[in-house]
Unconditional design. Structure first.
Length: 94
């Protein structure tokens, strides 16, 4: 895993801290890695979002896992959505 330099961490913190809420799209390994990076900066994530609940857990790291269809349209304007999926699911997101 690539480490993030202090300068990059500062820039990432400034960017992420500008949003009311941060949500991570995905529920697998990449989403967990992104969560850990964001948490290491002291910034809170509010939820994980998946296309469909299917085999996904109800919670990850104590945060709810919700279907994309459950996301309130108002959240789209005020929250930052970070995509955390492997290349396998890339076309599903884009």
């Amino acid at each position: 895993m690539k480490t993030i330099s202090q300068n990059d961490r500062s820039e990432l913190y400034a960017f992420l801290n500008g949003y009311r809420s941060i949500c991570i799209y995905g529920a697998g390994r990449e989403a967990n890695r992104i969560y850990n990076i964001i948490a290491s900066l002291g910034i809170n994530t509010t939820k994980f979002i998946v296309t469909e609940h299917g085999n996904n857990p109800n919670q990850i790291k104590g945060l709810p896992v919700v279907s994309v269809y459950e996301v309130d349209k108002g959240e789209l304007e005020t929250n930052l959505f970070v995509v955390g999926v492997s290349e396998l699911y890339e076309t599903e997101v884009v």
